[in-house]
Write a protein that binds this ligand. Structure first.
Ligand code: SF4
Ligand code: SF4
Length: 113
C-alpha cells in the first residue's frame, strides 16, 4: 500500500498534473480539487510497482510492504538520481537499511552494497 506524507508533499510546486499522478501506470492516483492533494483513488488495485515512490521529487511517498515479506510496519522509500535509485527500508523500531540500485545496461538492475 502506498502512503503519501502530506507534510512533505509540496503538490509538485502547484503543477496542474502531479508527477505521481502522471507516472502511475494504472491511473490510480488523482488530485483532490479542494486542496490540490494527490490521493490514491484505488489502493486495492496498486500492484506496488514503486514508480510513484521513485518519481516523487521530495520523497513524500512510501510503500508499506506486506508483513509477510519483511515484518510488521516495514516501509520502502526511494529516490532516483541519474542512473541510480537510492532505497531506504525502515522496519520495526526504526531499524533502517539503505542501498542503491544502478541501471547498468538496457534496464538491467544491479544492487550495490
Ligand atoms: S509527486 Fe510527490 S510532491 Fe508531487 S504531488 Fe505527488 S507526492 Fe506530492
Ligand atoms: S506503486 Fe505503482 S501502481 Fe501503486 S500507486 Fe504507485 S505507481 Fe501506481
Amino acid at each position: 500500500m502506498v502512503r503519501i506524507d502530506y507534510k512533505v508533499c509540496n503538490r509538485c510546486g502547484g503543477a496542474k498534473e502531479k508527477r505521481c499522478e502522471r507516472i502511475c501506470p494504472g491511473d490510480l492516483i488523482g488530485v483532490n480539487p479542494e486542496d490540490d492533494r494527490p490521493v490514491v483513488l484505488y489502493p486495492q488495485d496498486c500492484w506496488a510497482c514503486t514508480a510513484c515512490v521513485k518519481d516523487c521529487p521530495v520523497s513524500a511517498i512510501s510503500l508499506r510492504l506486506p508483513f509477510q515479506i519483511l515484518g510488521k510496519e516495514t516501509s520502502l522509500k526511494a529516490s532516483v538520481k541519474g542512473r541510480k535509485t537510492y532505497c531506504v527500508v525502515e522496519g520495526e523500531g526504526g531499524k533502517k537499511e539503505e542501498f542503491e540500485i544502478e541501471v547498468i545496461q538496457n534496464g538491467t538492475l544491479r544492487r550495490k552494497d
